[in-house]
Design a protein around this ligand. Structure first.
Ligand SMILES: NC(=O)c1ccc[n+]([C@@H]2O[C@H](COP(=O)([O-])OP(=O)(O)OC[C@H]3O[C@@H](n4cnc5c(N)ncnc54)[C@H](O)[C@@H]3O)[C@@H](O)[C@H]2O)c1
Ligand SMILES: O=C[C@H](O)CS(=O)(=O)O
Length: 477
């Protein structure tokens, strides 16, 4: 590893060794737009070496307790370095510092839960003796590591979402080849250093950095990879699914998350939470509140409060404690959001708050008078824009929430038990959050979508199920 002035250059990590490359990619500080780090651009042979090393490492015993010890040590280091890693995240993502430190804390928890789960992987007794003719038999299941897991991750939560992949994969006894997002790889590289320091055996975690279209592609075409765990856009997720053939694929993809605010809801609370969860990380969160359906009886009060909270949010330098919203990941993304909002306005939408772009910043924006076919409602905005509209009947609002290609999470504010039960039965999503927004997540819960939002669940216990193979053992007594 070498240092160029104050800009550090990071290598690849393959078979327990750091490998420098002459070709590098710049990582920008998303606020200043200056180069803040350089990362190695992996070549095809590096990816082959990384997968080979992962495969070979599987042959060396690594007990569940040793996996636990490494993960718990790494988690402790994350906690000890929370402030420093928070700053790394604030620079590479552009999220406010407090949010970034929060992500480091969550990442540590994800590794801690993964560590605990390493000690709990178990099968179950299967009553084969209940079948006529099998009276003398007995059976049980056991779970085994799936093998080499390729983990491909997105830019927006680049430390915790990496932990959601390497934590369970290592806990389950697998080896990993990690390819983090090219625009936010530094926190994942530091995490790799932390795993090495925590005593992870060589080959159990390999890191290859570079473009998705090259490095990702070489991983997908490598037949020694047994499983892909991917978080990112539906476009790339679908591509991986098509190319993976019969190999296991876990996909955590996008959403255009809806939250319903019913007539009996606590308006102040719902409006405040909706504003916070529409705009944190500049709306670049897969469960960000994008569509809010408010019962017509409380709409005016709700909108007034949501506007008040939204207009109090401060845009600025992520390192400044006063900042609530930082830049978007790239100016072209801010321009895309601007275009989508302008298109909605041409189609009849009204700007209630925000609606302006300044370079890479886009103001937190509330739109009303929207219809469900506008891009800002039907597609995933992945930016600080929320569309608020009214509803009258419960059937109507549930149909509108479900009228989406996506189904990751949805929120419902109500204390009406009958409506709640109806929503539990009828809203087609992976997670329904009652009396909070779609944006609620803690890291040990099962998390994953239906429809175009993906397949498979994360949350260490559930990810371990995806990353292990079940074998039944039958005794003929
Ligand atoms: N459901 C979830 O848990 C969740 C969480 C975070 C983000 N997301 C989704 O991620 C998206 C935003 O993230 P993004 O812009 O980083 O996504 P992206 O799909 O552009 O990139 C994700 C990763 O895929 C890689 N990649 C790109 N092309 C590839 C290819 N051809 N082959 C293999 N890998 C390739 C990228 O380099 C990156 O590492 C949004 O849609 C968001 O909803 C989902
Ligand atoms: O972007 C989507 C993330 O999965 C949401 S969270 O950061 O895990 O809460």
């Amino acid at each position: 590893m070498s240092t160029q002035t104050s800009v550090r250059t990071y290598g690849l990590y393959i078979n327990g060794e750091w490998r420098e490359k002459s070709q590098t990619d710049d990582v920008l500080n998303k606020y200043t737009q200056e180069v803040s780090a350089k990362t190695a651009a992996a070549e095809k042979q590096d990816v082959i070496d990384a997968v080979d090393s992962a495969k070979k490492a599987l042959k060396i015993p690594f007990s569940p307790y040793d996996r636990y010890s490494v993960l718990i040590k790494a988690a402790a280091t994350l906690r000890a370095r929370q402030d420093e890693l928070g700053e790394v995240l604030a620079k590479e993502v552009g999220k406010p510092l407090a949010e970034c430190k929060g992500e480091v804390g969550r990442a540590a928890l994800t590794l801690e839960v993964s560590a605990e789960e390493a000690k709990r992987i178990h099968g179950e007794g299967v009553p084969v003796e209940a079948a006529p003719g099998s009276e003398k038999r007995q059976a049980f299941t056991r779970r085994f590591p799936i093998g080499v897991v390729a983990a491909i991750t997105p830019f927006n939560v680049p430390l915790n979402l990496v932990c959601h992949k390497i934590g369970p994969a290592i806990a389950a006894g697998n080896s990993v080849v990690l390819k983090p997002a090219e625009v936010t790889p530094v926190s994942a590289i530091i995490l790799t250093e932390i795993m090495e320091e925590a005593g992870l055996p060589a080959g159990r975690l390999n890191l290859v950095t570079g473009e998705g279209a090259t490095v990702g592609e070489w991983l997908i075409s490598n037949q020694d990879v047994n499983m892909f765990t991917f978080t990112g856009s539906p476009r790339v997720g679908q591509y991986i699914r098509e190319k993976a053939g019969l190999r296991n694929v876990s996909l955590e993809l996008g959403n255009n998350s809806a939250t319903i605010v019913h007539s009996d809801a606590d308006v102040e609370t719902a409006a405040t939470l909706a504003a916070q969860k529409s705009f944190n990380n500049a709306g670049q969160v897969c469960i960000s509140v994008q569509r809010v359906y408010v019962h017509e009886d409380i709409y005016e009060r709700f909108l007034a409060k949501m506007k008040e909270v939204t207009e109090s949010l401060v845009l600025g330098d992520p390192m400044d404690e006063a900042t609530d919203i930082g830049p978007m990941i790239a100016e072209r993304e801010a321009i895309r959001v601007e275009n989508w909002v302008n298109e909605a306005i041409e189609q009849g939408a009204t700007i209630e708050s925000g609606g302006k772009r300044d370079g890479v910043f886009y103001q937190p924006t509330i739109l009303s008078n929207v219809n469900d076919d506008m891009k800002v409602c039907r597609q995933e905005v992945f930016g600080p824009v929320v569309a608020v509209s009214t509803y009258r009947s419960e059937d109507d609002v549930i149909a509108r929430v479900n009228d989406s290609e996506y189904g990751l999470q949805a929120g419902l504010f109500t204390n009406d038990l009958a409506f709640t039960l109806k929503a539990i039965n009828e809203v087609h999503v992976g997670g329904l959050i009652i009396n909070d927004t779609s944006g609620y997540r803690v890291d040990h819960m099962p998390y994953g979508g239906v429809k175009k939002s993906g397949t498979g669940k994360e949350g260490p216990r559930y990810a371990i199920e995806e990353m292990t193979e079940e074998k039944i053992v039958v005794f003929n007594g």
